[in-house]
Design a binder for this molecule. Structure first.
Ligand code: SAJ
Length: 419
């Protein structure tokens, strides 16, 4: 088949590569000329295992072309961002303009799929409406579906193949056609339903995780208050066969868990009580860590603070809406110096060139993100360069150091006991 995938971002690129790998002729479309040229010139460098090789292979094989312009195709897949504005309202304009851009090219018998995380009814109210403006009717003339991805950064290619997939179809024929299309690479089950349920399902999955993390974050605060260790508490509770509490942390970042639940809250503000409360608990976490740092250091004005890791989670280079950067921006206003050491991130204004530079004369080291690279640093040596040996671990990742470095003052999120 000839496929056009609209949006060459985090989801569009691996999806395009996977369809190309399964033998389809894929056109990746993006409004950014720069992005298109980077792909054409093979000068991309995605921080995702296997992705660079796969994209390169199919640009060279000709199965994957890229352009700023849509072309006639058998199927159109929309994978554009659905960001949130300052008022926590979803901005659906990219979906609308993507639908407008494909509408003149959609012909009888074509498939149109929306993959972007979207509020309920987007497929029918926006995508269907835009395409029908050109005279075709969904169901009668073209097949229409919503099929969200569920892949986790760091394991995207594997999860594209092996995750079960939800497919919300406009009618039975659409379900059959779109399922067959995705079956060209999806090895696991594809469950079909209507568009609205599938849209809500994607949001419910990320909301489940957000609420679970909020519970962990609340337990961390309670543990700090009553003098127990939240990590031990959660690990013991999870020994129960039907309990699985997630991990507390300095906040929830990225462009999924921190955002998608608000789409439900925007649609049903009165009914989304627990969702809003959970999101607000997660949002408080950076501020609470800022307060904890003030508690540890007292007056900040003459202090240098070192952060290990600045991304929104471990083992990624992505620092979009990173809670660590929220803490950094609060501290920056009050302390003498901030140094960040993050081997994943290529450049950032506060980034130190080496771990030694970052530790030099530091008053406090904060473990922000548990990157693999941080497992084997020579902490004994590095703490020789700091002014005082203080470590604040927001991920329970370096607790072993308290035995290895005898004079280390070790502070842990979710625990205020003397350690
Ligand atoms: N986090 C915690 N504690 C935890 C787990 C995560 O504080 O126990 C934090 C992370 O540090 C990070 C944030 O939550 O800041 C989100 O990370 P994540 O690993 O939970 O999720 P994402 O945003 O990378 O990916 C999620 C996944 N959704 C679910 O697991 C339900 C992924 O499968 C989705 O495809 C993705 O959202 C998406 O695109 O929607």
């Amino acid at each position: 088949m000839k496929l056009s995938i609209i949006g060459m971002g985090y989801i569009g690129v691996p999806t395009a590569a996977m369809f190309a790998e399964s033998g389809h002729h894929v056109l990746g479309v993006d409004i950014s000329e720069k992005k298109v040229n980077v792909m054409k010139n093979l000068s991309f460098s995605y921080d995702e295992p296997g992705l660079n090789e796969l994209v390169k292979k199919h640009i060279l094989s000709g199965n994957l072309r890229v352009s700023t312009k849509v072309e006639k195709s058998d199927a159109f897949i929309i994978a554009v961002p659905t960001p949130m504005d300052e008022n926590k309202n979803v901005d659906i304009s990219y979906v609308k303009s993507a639908a407008e851009s494909i509408a003149p090219f959609v012909e009888k018998g074509n498939i149109v799929v929306l993959e972007s995380t979207s509020p309920p009814l987007t497929t029918e109210n926006i995508v269907k409406t835009e395409i029908e403006k050109h005279g075709l009717r969904a169901g009668d003339d073209f097949y229409l579906a919503y099929s969200p991805e569920r892949i986790i950064p760091g394991n995207m290619l594997e999860e594209l193949l092996t995750n079960d997939r939800i497919l919300g179809a406009y009618d039975e024929n659409s379900a059959e056609k779109v399922k067959a299309l995705y079956k060209s690479f999806v090895k696991s089950n594809i469950y079909t339903t209507d568009c609205k349920t599938a849209e809500m399902c994607k949001l419910a999955e990320n909301t489940y995780r957000a609420v679970n993390i909020a519970l962990a974050n609340e337990l961390a605060q309670i543990s700090e208050s009553i003098g127990i260790n939240a990590w031990e508490l959660i690990s013991l509770a999870n020994k129960h066969p039907r309990v699985n509490i997630l991990r507390p942390g300095p906040g929830v970042g990225g462009h999924c868990i921190a955002i998608d639940p608000w789409f439900i809250a925007e649609r049903e503000p009165e009914l989304s009580r627990m969702i809003k409360l959970s999101m607000n608990i997660n949002l408080e976490m950076p501020e609470l860590q800022y307060e904890r740092i003030r508690e540890i250091l007292g007056d900040l004005s003459d202090k240098k603070i070192t952060f290990l890791g600045m991304t929104f989670k471990a083992n990624t280079d992505d620092y979009r809406s990173s809670p660590i950067l929220d803490i950094v921006s609060k501290l920056e206003k009050n302390c003498k110096e901030i140094a960040i050491f993050d081997p994943k991130v290529k450049s950032y204004r506060l980034k130190s060139n080496s771990e030694k530079d970052a530790f030099q004369d530091s008053d406090l080291v904060v473990l922000g993100v548990e990157h693999e690279e941080f497992k084997n640093l020579d902490y004994k040596e590095l703490f020789k360069y700091t002014k005082t040996k203080k470590l604040f671990d927001t991920r329970n990742f370096l607790s072993h150091l308290k035995n290895e470095i005898p004079d280390l003052e070790y502070y842990l999120l979710g625990c205020k006991n003397e350690i």
